[in-house]
Ligand binder design. Structure first.
Ligand code: HEM
Length: 199
């Protein structure tokens, strides 16, 4: 049995989590993921900016829907914050919401794919891997004023996946040669297009 770990785990998991957190309909994932791919395209010939405009318009429509029918989610919180703060404009709100939705899944999806790939191709690291290690001085989440706002969420997702996946499926292995994997070289967020595995 062969399954695409990218399509069945790496993509839907962070998307479900960020949708739940922000109050974005999971059913819209195809739409906003398409926009994210365009936003993240290097040398897009200007289309990345067009896509970001569409992305923000989408979040603006969602904010309108939350204004009419509030939920218990971050987009509703942003709508409320805007009502209470005249300096927090619609443009800033949609930019922030779009940044959270974009950064909240594009990055984590790719890190699940690449992390699993690393642990599959270097079994010695799978024993040794310890996300709670100290010291742990990597700068994958940036540093100082440029530190990732979603780092603890991403860490929780990644630590859960890497620990549980290999416990549940100890015989997990790549179903193709590593060289056959298609790398997303045209995307700033990198990663692979699919990750065929078997177990
Ligand atoms: C493994 C997954 C992730 C990685 C590797 C990552 C990495 C980073 C890095 C390096 C930065 C700093 C960029 C810079 O200013 O130079 C950043 C910023 C940011 N990240 Fe993440 N991130 C991840 C997941 C997330 C998640 C899950 C969220 C949302 C919940 C998120 C939201 C953001 C936002 C909004 C910023 C901009 C923060 C600001 O400008 O103050 N990221 N991320």
């Amino acid at each position: 049995m062969v399954a695409d770990l990218h399509a069945h785990l790496a993509f839907p998991l962070p998307v479900m989590v960020i949708c739940e957190l922000l109050g974005v309909p999971f059913a819209d994932r195809g739409y906003f993921h398409g926009l994210s791919e365009r936003v993240a395209t290097i040398r897009s010939g200007g289309d990345a900016d067009v896509a970001m405009g569409e992305f923000r318009a989408y979040l603006g429509r969602l904010a309108d829907a939350k204004r009419a029918l509030p939920g218990e989610d971050v987009v509703t919180d942003l709508v409320r914050a805007r009502e209470q703060d005249a300096d927090f404009g619609e443009e800033e709100m949609t930019r922030l919401a779009a940044a959270l939705l974009f950064a909240g899944h594009e990055t984590t999806v790719g890190r699940i794919d690449l992390g699993v790939l690393l642990l599959l191709t270097d079994p010695a690291r799978r024993d040794a891997f310890d996300p709670t290690r100290r010291p742990n001085p990597h700068v994958s989440f940036g540093y100082g004023g440029h530190f990732c706002i979603g780092a603890s969420l991403a860490r929780t997702e990644l630590a859960t996946v890497f620990a549980r996946l290999f416990r549940r499926l100890p015989a997990l292995r790549l179903a193709v040669d590593q060289e056959e994997l298609e790398v997303r070289t045209e995307q700033v967020t990198g990663g692979v297009r699919s990750l065929p595995v078997t177990w």
